[in-house]
Design a protein around this ligand. Sequence first.
Ligand code: GLA
Length: 381
Amino acid sequence: MKSALIEKFQTIFGRAPEILARAPGRIEFIGNHTDYNGGSVLGAAIDRGVWVALARRDDGQRRLASDRRGQIITVPAARILKLSGAKRWANYPLGVLAAFPSFGLREPAGFDYLAMSDLPAGAGLSSSAAIELSSALAFAEAAGEQPSREVLVQAARHAENHFVGVPCGVLDQGVSGFGKNDHLVFIDCRGPRFELVPLPPGAHFWIFNTHTKHALVDGFYAARHRECLEAAQALGVALLVDVSPAVLAANAGRLPPLAAKRARHIVEEIARVAATVAALRDGNLVAVGKLLTASHRSSQHLFENSTPELDFLVDALVAAPHIFGARLTGGGFGGAVMSLASGKFDEAAAEPVAAAYAEKFGARPEILHLQTGDGAALHQP
Ligand code: GLA
């Protein structure tokens, strides 16, 4: 990947890059929609991601290219504006540039920039966080800045929230920034505070991507966000993280039924994240798997962000041998299911699941066997 990146940069811009950065995609392990409720979440950085190559320019011009789009986008130094159509991908790096001043970081004046990805698009593995983090690292290096990892993560999230316009929590950028091979990233999202939790040996991730996406997915995400904040307010707190399961049980009657369901999902999911950390520390993958599947059931019935396709895959996977547990991963309303499997689960074991899914829904899911990987880093050109 690295040599292909350098070669492509040379072809497009006629010179060698000075700076290389890479950031991984992520799997949401457990903690569904807990992040913007101030709760905790566990994620894994994976062995696929986005590379960025950059070389400075003296004329103040910013020229951006990606391996997936032919065209070079030229942005004048004066003002950063949001792009649309085929140029939309560039809103991620441009959003990071636009975020820099808010974090006291200088922007690089001019540059040639190339992004290259080996993350499958639309699989819910957060290619957006990967391009934001790799861009943030490369831009900071080009401007002679040395921000902390926390600041890089916050600048990347700022880009997503305020420039791209998605009201996401800190999960995606936090995991891409702080990930480590053979570890999960635990995030206490209120700080936010980041901590690594070792992944017990023999744990494998299998992703089944449905390639389905609800047409209104962004609207649904924002609606859940709003419902959670309203439920918190009705319970007299700013964020649902401040409601314990016991307090919720005693006060649920004060909430409209829908708000009570949403709140119960969040409050119990935060407790499941804590239980998962304890089970991981014990090396008990069977207990971890049960928590993952319980998380899915809660998304399915209480948070109502699952779909028939995702439910079908979870049912088929938990009935298959060598699977500890399975759940939807990411925002929901389509996307992918993640399963935690032992090393004995393989392509042959995945096949009946894919075949049964294809029979019911008319298309095979995309299957990915992923490893954990390291978080965002600069690399030698
Ligand atoms: C998306 C968002 C995250 C998080 C998850 C749901 O992936 O980007 O911030 O809210 O959904 O847990």
